[in-house]
Design a protein around this ligand. Sequence first.
Ligand SMILES: Nc1ncnc2c1ncn2[C@@H]1O[C@H](COP(=O)(O)OP(=O)(O)OP(=O)(O)O)[C@@H](O)[C@H]1O
Ligand SMILES: [Mg+2]
Length: 345
Amino acid sequence: MQIKQLSERFAKKKSSSAVGLDIGNSSVKVVQLNSCAGTRELAHFDVQAYKSRQRRDIVASIKKAMETAGIDSQIVNTSVAGQAVIVRYIQMPRMTKEELSKALKLGVGKYIPFNLDEVNYDFQILDDFSASAPGKTMRVLLVAVKKEVIEERIKILKEANLTPAVIDVDAFASVNSFHLVSQGSSGVIAVLDIGADITSTTILRDIVPIFNRDVPLGGNNLTKALIEEFEINAEEADRLKHNPKDKYGDLINAVRPVFDSLAKELQRSFNYCESQLGAMVQKVFLTGGTAKFKGVDKVLSSILGIDVEIWDPTLKLQINESLEKERLKETGPILTVAVGLALRG
Ligand SMILES: Nc1ncnc2c1ncn2[C@@H]1O[C@H](COP(=O)(O)OP(=O)(O)OP(=O)(O)O)[C@@H](O)[C@H]1O
Ligand SMILES: [Mg+2]
């Protein structure tokens, strides 16, 4: 199984439908997009939490999500994330894609901290040579994923009677979604997907990715902070997090250390981009389930001293009239990865 060519990410077909399946740390999200003559319609969606992280419960949630969403297709685009995914930006002598493919076959090992036979890898040349830039080198995005992780994903899908057409990486699926809202904006920006366990960060310069990092912090860390501070159980903490009512002031104080830690990690990444790549992040775009935490944009903005905006890819899609608008509004940014996967066509 190969990860499909990253270069095909932006490919568009005339009339088609595609399903994106995001198997996150807290829940499975599924969407079906129908594309026709340049318009994209969100035709089906659903989110199902897991009873546990055991394979049979993940499979059950996938089946339930597909059924509840009313999706018949057995072909889905899906993604992986976490420590088994290695993303590297490397500088190579300028060469054709075919030459690069051969060169990487021989030399990819030096960029990846795993044995070559343990991973599947894929690459994309990032420089746009049509823009009359006759440089001697080119930037290449290299993505490697541990085979065992891909094999486990395929097993899970098979048990749910599904077959993957594309296996992408969460961070790139988010960026793919972001292109819906960014409209080709220029400058240096950070796209953040704050989930349950992971905040995936991609820094883009003039919409081209230049840096990625997954920070192991997310909504579950906020919940844990509330459990400790208010001495309540996980369910109560989650309820409070979703609906703080008049406890908001105390709640923000309790979760502040988590946001401080997250901001510290983000700042490290931003500093790296500035000092090593000459790219100063001008704005942060936030999505994922924890982007729904009340005031998260203001908190992060005040710590980082930088503009933070929450975005929701579903606002840029046509919505099938059979879908519940209120539920979609509630769900919005949670679907970012699934939408980005379905956009792969
Ligand atoms: N309205 C809300 N207010 C606060 N937090 C919320 C809200 N809705 C969802 N969350 C939190 O968002 C997180 C889930 O987000 P998401 O579905 O993006 O994560 P995931 O994809 O399952 O996890 P990961 O990306 O880490 O694999 C949970 O911690 C959940 O409590
Ligand atoms: Mg996620």
